[in-house]
Design a protein around this ligand. Structure first.
Ligand code: KG4
Ligand code: ZN
Length: 329
């Protein structure tokens, strides 16, 4: 049994967690920065980096205390090394390097997307490779064939905006505030999907996603002043769900035999998205796996777990490993 300290700081959540290789989350601490970014309607990289500097050390100390362990008990330190806002990534990675060096423990540089991709295996011990993963977050919208640890085949990605980005921009246009995804979901629950909106790339022979045209259509529907905000939100959410399902059906046809249909990333916290994917999985006779909501949005338990999986596979990194703003899986 290995004990891993996980650190996350790639966007606007600062987080530290202690996770074991037998799937016990001994501690997970998280500090969001919504209030600091809200006046700007989006994440401001410089503000985020400074907040990570302030928050990370106290969160690590608190997580170690929660778990009743010290750094000497940890087998490896796993830190997000990208992709993300480079200032924040550097704060977490440099902290991870310092702790690993001071404690004489290996460092594991985790790709944030791998954290999301493997997180369903933390919450579901029965999830075996290979599985088809819909990874939907603020920065990414991808379909990945997860064949094993460090073995990912990208079947589709977005040609413009990520799904979460579309939720965030829609929330901004509709005046629903920040962070956008949960606000759109709440508004959508009060409305009806009666506004005609496009489904970009639906039915297309190419595998990819596109959401930019949908966002522009939301702007036009809002400017027309004939629709209630709740109805636009409900129609937008329905259009996103349709696109996600259409592209996932196509990928299922390409993926070969898989053990499950899996969703992860912040947008996987959306109930309409989860419900539609669950229905799709059962229509294909597949298991549907979605991590609990708190494990879908950014956190350090998923980084600790990806660290545990990599550690078990003998994958550790040198202390001069670089932080990477862009890092495709
Ligand atoms: O994975 P995540 O926490 O951070 C990134 O790695 O990007 O994802 C954040 C994204 C944001 O765009 C946020 O608006 C979206 O996930 N999100 C949601 C919901 N909760 C978070 N989108 C739709 N419905 C939600 N309930
Ligand atoms: Zn994320």
């Amino acid at each position: 049994m290995a004990l891993i300290l996980g650190l996350e700081s790639s966007c606007d959540e600062t987080a530290a967690a202690l996770v074991t290789s037998d799937r016990r989350i001994l501690a997970h601490r998280l500090a969001g920065q919504e209030a600091a970014h809200r006046p700007y309607g989006g994440v401001v990289p410089e503000i985020a980096a400074r907040a990570h500097v302030e928050m990370l050390s106290p969160l690590i100390a608190a997580a170690l205390a929660d778990a009743g362990v010290t750094l000497a008990d940890v087998d490896a330190v796993a830190a997000t090394a990208g992709p993300g806002l480079i200032g924040g990534v550097m704060v977490g990675l440099v902290t991870g390097k310092a702790l690993a060096h001071a404690a004489g423990k290996p460092l594991i540089a985790v790709n944030h997307l791998e954290g999301h991709a493997l997180s369903p295996r933390l919450s579901d011990p029965d999830l075996e490779f290979p599985y088809l993963l819909l990874l939907v977050s603020g920065g990414h919208c991808q379909l990945l064939l997860v064949e094993g640890v460090a073995r990912y085949r990208r079947l589709a990605t977005t040609i413009d905006d990520a799904a979460g980005e579309a939720f965030d921009k829609t929330a901004k246009v509709l005046g629903l505030g920040f962070p956008g995804g949960p606000a759109v979901e709440v508004a959508a629950a009060l409305g009806h999907a009666i506004v005609p909106l496009p489904r970009p790339l639906k039915g297309s022979p190419e595998p990819h996603f596109s959401f930019a045209g949908l966002k522009s259509a939301v702007v036009r529907a809002h400017d027309a002043k004939t629709w209630a905000v709740e109805d636009i939100a409900a129609s937008f959410q329905a259009a996103v769900v349709d696109c996600l399902i259409d592209r996932t059906v196509r990928a299922l046809g390409q993926a070969g035999k898989v053990t499950a249909l899996v969703v992860a990333g912040g947008v996987a916290a959306n109930t309409a998205v989860r419900t539609a994917l669950s229905g799709l999985a059962s229509a294909h006779g597949l298991r549907f796996v979605a991590p609990p909501l708190w494990l879908c949005t950014d956190n350090a338990a998923m980084i600790g777990w990806a660290g545990a999986e990599r550690f078990a596979a003998g994958l550790t990194d040198p202390l001069d490993v670089a932080a990477r703003p862009r890092w495709p899986l």
